[in-house]
Design a protein around this ligand. Structure first.
Ligand code: MRU
Length: 349
């Protein structure tokens, strides 16, 4: 099984997603600052994986603080969490995981610092192992939506690499395969960082799931040709009404899917849903550096001085989404109601 992130001997070990698919190598983060850099430079990426990295980063931060009076220890730990929260703005899971770490801290206030640190490390490990479990659950529900012989289109990488393991959108594909269905996957290359070409293709090849790589601008033509039966993508943040932020290019796919009557599915854990946001208009969209667009692997591909706009995500309005696959079941329209219902259920459990 592909493991994206593990806690090992009081360090955080990450598969280096910038090196894939050319090299399979690992990066060891020995401090929370190194975890922040790894999130920022996409060594670790994908909403659930960012959440796990953030939690482990917070645990590392606590581990290496000197012995402090309780109030000071809390102040410093919360400041570390707030610093990690600045790493990337869009993925809800980053903030969700840090809130969970802060909660554990406050639940165990009267503990000695050493014991509190052990609890924080255990919580970060738990967030990691639960993520794999959640993805498998999502796969069980979502796999049933796929039919033997389907041609599935996916965008970006919502696989094992974007999570602690197994994946969300790719997890659904993996599960359908485990359910005995033969599938073929069209992989959008996903400009500008090529998460599709570099990471999704790498995962599918490793799993021996048949796939075909296309450039993003080919998707409409394939739909018109009747080559795509279903589309499944992951999510970085879902608003209370179901509007979904995901990798730039997802919105165009969803509109094309509607025009060609291709079912468009989102697979995401409940931790990606942000019920504090009424609609997708309030989701913060990260803008990344110009070089991602003007260069490829350090080689310039646009004239010097070219003006660039590089939003990393877009928002797909809920009306274009046929269903949202979660670990607790499949959400249908109207999403405001189904999400509120599911959220209450989650709080009850
Ligand atoms: O910029 P990235 O690579 O972190 O963007 C990742 C995506 O957009 C994924 O589709 C999303 O996080 C879902 S991953 C299960």
């Amino acid at each position: 099984m592909i493991r994206t992130i593990i806690w090992k001997n009081n360090t955080v070990v990450l598969i280096d997603q910038n090196a894939l698919p050319l090299a399979e190598r690992y990066v060891t983060c020995k401090s929370y600052k190194e975890v922040i850099s790894a999130i920022k430079d996409l060594t670790v990426r994908g909403a659930p994986a960012i959440g796990v990295a953030a939690a482990m980063g917070a645990a590392l931060g606590a581990l290496y603080l000197p012995s402090l009076p309780p109030k000071e220890f809390r102040r410093k730990f919360f400041a570390i969490c707030d610093e990690i929260a600045q790493a990337r703005p869009t993925a809800r899971n980053l903030f969700w995981a840090l809130e969970r770490m802060k909660k554990i801290f406050d639940q165990t206030k009267n503990e000695k610092q050493k014991n509190l640190v052990t609890k924080l490390i255990n919580e970060a490990k738990r967030i990691c192992s639960q993520d794999i479990e959640i993805n498998r659950q999502m796969g069980k529900y979502g796999g049933k939506l796929l039919t033997d012989g389907d041609n599935i289109l996916t965008h970006c990488n919502a696989g094992a690499l974007a999570t602690a393991g197994y994946g969300t959108a790719l997890g659904v594909i993996r599960a359908a395969r485990e359910q005995g269905k033969k599938l073929h996957v069209y992989v959008d290359e996903t400009r500008p960082v090529l998460q599709g070409a570099r990471l999704t293709a790498w995962e599918l090849k490793k799993e021996k799931i048949t796939y075909t790589l296309i450039t993003d601008n080919m998707a409409g033509f394939l739909m018109r040709q009747g080559k795509i039966d279903k589309i499944i993508v992951g999510a970085d943040r879902i608003a209370a009404n179901g509007d979904t932020a995901n990798k730039i290019g997802t919105y165009s796919l969803a509109v094309l899917a509607k025009a060609h009557r291709v079912p468009f599915y989102v697979a995401a854990p409940l931790s990606t849903i942000d019920v504090s946001l009424e609609t997708g208009d309030s989701i913060p969209i990260e803008e990344r550096k110009n070089e991602e667009v003007t260069h490829f692997k350090g080689v310039r591909s646009a004239p010097e001085g070219t003006k660039v706009y590089n939003p990393a995500f877009d928002v797909t309005p809920a009306q274009f989404i046929k269903a949202i696959i979660t670990e607790k079941g499949i959400l249908k329209k109207p999403y405001r109601t189904s999400i509120a219902h599911m959220h209450k259920g989650k709080k009850r459990s």
